[in-house]
Design a protein around this ligand. Structure first.
Ligand SMILES: Nc1ncnc2c1ncn2[C@@H]1O[C@H](COP(=O)(O)OP(=O)(O)OP(=O)(O)O)[C@@H](O)[C@H]1O
Length: 260
């Protein structure tokens, strides 16, 4: 009989792998952007990805969500090889600043609702509960009064909030955000940061976020990155100490409840 080590038991209980990169490489033609990158993001981690312009941050995120195919190496999502992964509704992805054509014919509410439909459910009918969820997401991002406006008529910062609401509508287990605060005013930045901290601590969402805001990153994720890779730095915070996880599920949950 094989006995699980403490570390293995910890992982079995609550820190399962959410994103696993195994010797990942990616090149745009002759330009090697990522080579042999291995890194694991576990349930409830908050990972801040830092790096200079052109360091490969967006390329890495796009490779993780399957928009780019690695030249070699593997990406696994929730323990499944990315090529076979189907539960995309578990992942909210907000790409780097989108600019809508001002004439794009969709309202804010429609854009937020479109986040509900995975790759297979594109033409599903909108139900009452879908509407309720979209209203919740709009309220969370304080854009309910913009719901009937055309998305193209909004300012850049307002559009960014719409994309965040769209990512939140499925109650994702993993949120991948590419510089979500770019172009957002300071007050909204602070509210947004407060919101994602709350989601991390109370709703056990795992985060991977690209940011250039070192003050925010250091204040929440610590002074030093857990790993450096070329010009990239991975800053990591766990929502609780790994040592806690040797406890049973129930004790673990109770302790977490007690911390609230
Ligand atoms: N579609 C593309 N075709 C060719 N090269 C690309 C493409 N997208 C990005 N690159 C190149 O890949 C490298 C990494 O780009 P990437 O956008 O991942 O950087 P980044 O770290 O996200 O930068 P930034 O902080 O400016 O957003 C850069 O040298 C860039 O020029």
């Amino acid at each position: 009989m094989t006995l699980l080590s403490n570390a293995a038991a910890e992982q079995a209980v609550c820190h399962r792998e959410i994103i696993c990169l195994d010797q990942l490489s990616f090149a745009f033609g002759p330009q090697q952007v990522l080579s042999d990158l291995s890194f694991t993001i576990r349930e409830r981690d908050f990972v801040g990805l830092i790096g200079s312009n052109g360091a490969g941050k967006t390329t890495l995120l796009r490779t993780i969500v399957g928009l780019l195919k690695p030249t070699s190496g593997k990406v696994s999502l929730f323990g499944t090889a990315a090529e076979r992964f189907k539960d995309w509704q578990w992942i909210g992805y907000v790409p780097q600043r989108n600019h809508f054509n001002p004439l794009f014919p969709a309202t804010v509410r429609e854009v937020v609702l479109s986040g509900l439909y995975g790759r297979r459910k594109l033409f599903k009918r909108i139900s009452r509960s879908d509407i309720t969820r979209s209203e919740d997401a709009l309220r969370t991002l304080h854009i309910e009064d913009l719901a009937d406006k055309r998305i193209g008529a909004l300012s850049g910062g307002q559009q960014q909030r719409v994309f965040l609401a769209r990512a939140l509508i499925n109650n994702p287990k993993l949120l991948i955000l590419d510089e979500p605060l770019t172009g957002i005013d300071t007050e909204t930045q602070q509210n947004f940061f407060h919101l994602i901290r709350h989601m991390h601590q109370k709703h056990n969402i795992t985060f991977l976020m690209v940011s250039h805001d070192m003050d925010m990153v250091r204040s929440y994720l610590g002074e030093e990155p857990k790993m450096r890779y070329g010009k990239l730095g991975f800053y990591v915070r766990h929502s609780h100490d790994l040592e806690d996880c040797v406890e049973t599920d129930l004790l673990h949950t109770l302790r977490k409840e007690g911390q609230r």
